[in-house]
Design a protein around this ligand. Structure first.
Ligand SMILES: Cc1cc2nc3c(=O)[nH]c(=O)nc-3n(C[C@H](O)[C@H](O)[C@H](O)COP(=O)(O)OP(=O)(O)OC[C@H]3O[C@@H](n4cnc5c(N)ncnc54)[C@H](O)[C@@H]3O)c2cc1C
Length: 356
């Protein structure tokens, strides 16, 4: 009888969880390690799958990579449904891109040029023509750019559904940090403070956190943490309307509105190591959000979540096989890890099937 191959997955954020799922549904015996599963950057994420609206300077190549993400999520949701019999909601609302003042509107125009060059479907919309699309938006903003093809999902729901599927598929969860890893070309080993575990392949998906000891990259990738917060409020229900993204005094602010008036406002972006949502950071985010959506004035603040985006040198995600050949490092997903998770998970499966 053929024995199942064993995979070790270090890190249970959206990348590790979805990778564990793909491996387990293909018959791998998976052990997933994380002392605080789902509480890294994934916890803070707004859940936008917004390859178009998130095109940033120097990140055009990411657009190409991400343009297949929505389809990948639809397939992933169907695969999940087969196991859990539950529906993962993917809300294909598009994004309404706005500018707060004259210079912000020029940034919208510049965005339109870059996006049109990349073939993104865009159209100008005015308040007069589509009043409901501007519900809650400041009266001084009379028009915007509707970016089709963007969607959002709820990362908490992703973590819950994938965890449930993983449990049904027999994935073993070890609620401990992996302190070191090693591999001898035929097997891999992960060591926690309490035990050691053997497998045939290993995936390291520790986000912006340091690699465990013994993990030796074969290439030149490095990852740095880019801190960010989202503020969750109970406010207005714009869930049937596009997500809002706006330039405000040169910064960007966004609002993802879920049914029932649960709004996610985001996001700060700071290269600092200290943890915690700083008062100034929260104030700037709420000020910008209120300027664009004054209807949030009476919204109730529910919580602030923070996380570190894993940013690589060229701001592109990578999947790097480590020197021992049986461990691979999946990281660098930066602002797009939720978007890219099903694609990264497929890559983890391809790698495991290739080396096993
Ligand atoms: C404010 C904010 C908003 C964002 N919004 C979006 C968005 O709307 N759309 C989008 O696509 N992306 C968004 N992102 C980016 C996205 O959250 C990240 O790219 C993604 O979560 C990275 O996933 P990950 O699994 O690599 O890392 P993480 O989610 O950080 O998970 C890494 C996990 O590894 C565990 N770990 C670390 N070291 C070890 C170890 N030694 N042993 C065991 N476990 C370990 C940690 O506990 C953690 O749970 C946002 C990020 C932030 C901060």
């Amino acid at each position: 009888m053929k024995t199942a191959k064993r995979a070790l997955v270090v890190g249970g954020g959206v990348i590790g969880l979805t990778s564990a799922f793909q491996l387990a549904r293909r018959g791998w015996l998976v052990t997933l390690f994380d002392p605080s599963l789902g509480r890294g950057a994934t916890w803070a994420a707004a859940g936008m799958i917004a390859p178009s609206a998130e095109i940033g300077p120097g990140e055009e190549s990411n657009y190409e990579l991400q343009s297949g993400a929505l389809e990948a999520w639809r397939t992933f949701a169907a695969e999940l449904r087969e196991i859990t019999k539950k529906e993962l909601s993917i809300c294909e609302t598009g994004t309404l891109l706005l500018g707060w003042d004259g210079s912000d509107r020029r940034l919208v125009d510049q965005f339109a040029l870059v996006a049109a060059d990349l073939g993104v479907a865009l159209r100008r919309v005015s308040r007069a023509e589509r009043p409901s699309m501007f519900d809650g938006v400041s009266d001084r903003i009379a028009e915007g750019l509707l970016v089709d093809g963007d969607a959002w999902l709820d990362p908490d729901q992703v973590v819950a559904h994938v965890s449930e599927a993983n449990a049904q598929l027999g994935v073993t969860i070890v609620s401990d940090s992996v302190v070191s890893v090693c591999g001898d070309g035929r097997h891999v080993q992960a060591v926690t403070a309490h035990d050691s575990f053997e497998g045939d392949v290993g995936i390291i998906a520790t986000g912006a956190d340091a690699l465990p000891k013994g993990a030796t990259p074969s290439g030149s990738h490095v990852v740095r943490p880019v801190h960010g917060i989202t503020v969750r409020v109970r406010g207005i229900d714009r869930s049937t309307q596009p997500m809002i993204r706006s330039f405000v005094r040169g910064n960007t602010v966004y609002m993802v509105s879920r049914p029932g008036g649960y709004d996610v406002l985001g996001a700060s972006s700071e290269e600092r190591l200290e943890a915690g949502a700083q008062v100034g950071e929260v104030q700037r985010l709420l000020r910008d959000a209120l300027d664009v959506v004054p209807a949030l004035e009476t919204a109730v603040v529910l919580e602030t979540r923070e996380g570190n985006r894993p940013a690589s040198d060229d701001l592109r995600p990578f999947f790097e096989v480590l020197v021992d050949g049986r461990w691979a490092w999946s990281s660098g997903h930066f602002r797009h890890g939720v978007t890219l998770a099903p694609i990264a998970a497929r890559e983890a499966l391809r790698f495991a099937e290739r080396v096993a």
